[in-house]
Design a binder for this molecule. Structure first.
Ligand SMILES: Nc1ncnc2c1ncn2[C@@H]1O[C@H](COP(=O)(O)OP(=O)(O)OP(=O)(O)O)[C@@H](O)[C@H]1O
Length: 248
């Protein structure tokens, strides 16, 4: 995916100012920066989640496989399958574990029959590291799982429709350290198969899970580069100030 000179407005207020970035498939990209700098706003432009906010307006270009995702005629439901999203708070459907995963492949016509659907459900749950924990209770409600399991269920749900990109907006902020560690391990396992973008407030987490980091400040992307460089040798004073805890 790539963004070129993307600005986002809420009414008259500019929340993102001409951000350009390439999001490569082979890396996990972390978005960091102080609260309110626009990380989530920018993340949501990447699968047009901002369309759901009436006052939001996007300028610039965002391409997926070389085609503008804001072009007229773009099927947004299809787009959100190709660019999946995992939110701060796990949000499984109030349906069975099985249905949480099967729903997407069904509506997108990805399975021919029950056997194929079963196979997608199993593969997605395995990939999300949840299969062993739930294989004997696939008909239980997804909402009855622990918070960490629910978040892995949401990741499995995103995987089930075979996305190219997975966007994660602070996916561990509602989880305890053990559940957080599991999600981080999972991100490492998924790395390379999908382009992953993660918004995080934890610089330790960004350093652990990502290979590329973008630092945002006041709606601008101040610096982007290898995560190791951003944390050890940033070029910009504002990045240096943030990572050394001077603000944020
Ligand atoms: N729905 C909205 N309507 C109006 N303004 C909004 C809306 N959502 C966000 N904003 C404003 O846009 C700016 C960027 O917010 P955003 O949530 O993207 O920042 P963030 O860096 O993700 O913050 P945080 O780390 O606290 O989640 C803020 O000034 C915020 O108040």
């Amino acid at each position: 995916m790539s963004a070129k000179a993307v600005s986002v407005f809420y009414g008259d207020k500019k929340a993102i100012d001409e951000v350009s970035i390439d999001i490569p498939t082979q890396y996990v990209t972390a978005f960091i920066g102080p609260s309110g700098c626009g990380k989530s706003t920018f993340l949501r432009t990447l699968n047009r989640m901002n369309d759901t906010i009436p006052s939001a307006r996007v300028e610039g270009e965002i391409e997926l496989d070389g085609r503008d995702i804001y072009r007229s005629g773009m099927d947004v439901v299809q787009l959100r399958a190709r660019v999946g999203m995992v939110f701060q708070k796990p949000n499984p459907f109030p349906k069975s574990i099985y249905e949480n995963i099967a729903y997407g492949p069904k509506i997108h016509g990805l399975a021919e029959g029950k056997d194929e659907l079963d196979a997608i459900v199993e593969k997605s749950l395995r990939r999300a590291g949840l299969w062993e924990e739930v294989k004997d209770r696939l008909q239980d409600s997804g909402t009855a799982l622990s918070g960490g399991q629910q978040q892995r269920l949401c990741i499995a749900r995103a995987i089930a429709v075979d996305p190219e990109v997975i966007l994660m907006d602070e996916p561990c902020s509602a989880l305890d350290p053990i559940a957080t560690a599991k999600i981080e391990e999972l991100i490492a396992e998924l790395n390379g198969r999908y382009a992953i973008v993660i918004v995080t407030h934890s610089m330790q987490q960004a350093a652990r899970v990502s290979q590329r980091t973008a630092f945002f400040h006041l709606g601008k992307m101040v610096e982007y580069g290898r995560t190791s460089d951003i944390f050890t040798n940033p070029h910009e004073q504002r990045t240096q100030d943030y990572i050394t805890g001077r603000y944020g």
